[in-house]
Write a protein that binds this ligand. Structure first.
Ligand code: SAH
Length: 271
């Protein structure tokens, strides 16, 4: 079902930003499982081709200016992206690419999503009934913590974030990242996110960074009335992935479909 009446603004996915030409420093080979503190120390010493250090807020201001130009207009999302140091969530060897609009490997075959995709999904979450009324995302369930970058963003806009990751090393990586940055209002769980997390349901916002055949029934059951779910799911012809937006109203669920996307697979069980 495709409904344009409640369709969020803007194009999705946003156009790829063209990065400036020129070699970027690659101080050492990728080692995804390095300790954050080590990686963060290295990243601080690095500069990008503009000559700016990664800790310089101007790096994030440029990224946000590009997102605005690509029609992301949700101020809470843009403010959070100004605050959260994305370079501290990726390996130091990749840190100089952290403010480009690109997904980057975080280990175990997984990736941190592109800033344009993350910002668009959170912007769409803000268009849910309850979020529009309250101006925040309320209680959030995030599936696929990964390195914890999106969790850190969500924590700036939520009353609480419950985030689930099925790969233990990534769960532990996210714990280190979010602890080091003292990110508030987050509860990180190691488990199968397909089951959601009933003890803290219902959730005003459910957002998934991994895409399955369809949206699991457990997520629908755990979505609050007035809440909104944003997740990738397989297209009906099975050939690709599409972003699905589901709103829960007192009288039932309303599903709309956005544009094609490419997320890592949603898998059951834990590893
Ligand atoms: N937002 C994350 C993106 C990580 S990629 C970030 O900022 O880094 C998506 C993640 O979803 C992967 O880490 C993958 O392991 C995880 N995932 C896939 N299926 C899952 C499931 N059933 N439960 C929890 N996490 C899952």
């Amino acid at each position: 079902m495709n409904d344009s009446s409640d369709k969020p603004r803007g194009r999705f996915p946003a156009t790829l930003h063209q990065v400036a030409p020129g070699a970027k420093p690659r101080p050492e080979p990728l080692r995804p499982q390095r300790l954050l503190q080590e990686a963060a120390q290295d990243a601080r010493r690095l500069t990008v081709s503009s000559g700016l250090g990664l800790d310089n807020p101007a790096m994030r201001q440029r990224m946000v200016a590009r997102l605005r130009a690509e029609s992301v207009h949700c101020e809470p999302v843009l403010n959070a992206m100004l605050l959260v140091p994305r370079h501290q969530f990726v390996d130091s060897a990749l840190a100089t690419q952290a403010y480009e609009d690109t997904s980057l490997p975080i280990g175990l075959g997984q990736t941190i999503s592109k800033p344009s995709v993350v910002s668009r999904m959170i912007e769409w979450s803000f268009l849910g009934e309850r979020a529009r009324q309250t101006g925040h995302l309320g209680r959030v369930l995030e599936i696929g913590t990964g390195c914890g970058y999106q969790t850190a963003l969500l924590s700036q806009m939520a009353t609480q974030v419950v985030s689930i990751e099925r790969l233990k090393p990534l769960h532990e990586l996210a714990v280190r990242h979010l602890t080091a940055l003292q990110v508030p209002r987050c509860r990180l769980l190691y488990g199968d996110g397909m089951l959601g997390h009933p003890p803290q349901a219902p959730y005003d916002t459910i957002i998934s960074a991994a895409g399955g055949e369809d949206v699991p029934a457990a997520w629908l059951a755990q979505l609050a009335v007035g809440g909104r779910l944003v997740a990738p799911a397989r297209t009906p012809d099975g050939r690709g992935q599409v972003l699905v937006v589901i709103d829960r109203h007192a009288e039932g669920y309303h599903r709309s479909v956005g544009e094609m996307v490419q997320f890592v697979p949603l898998k059951s069980g834990v590893e």
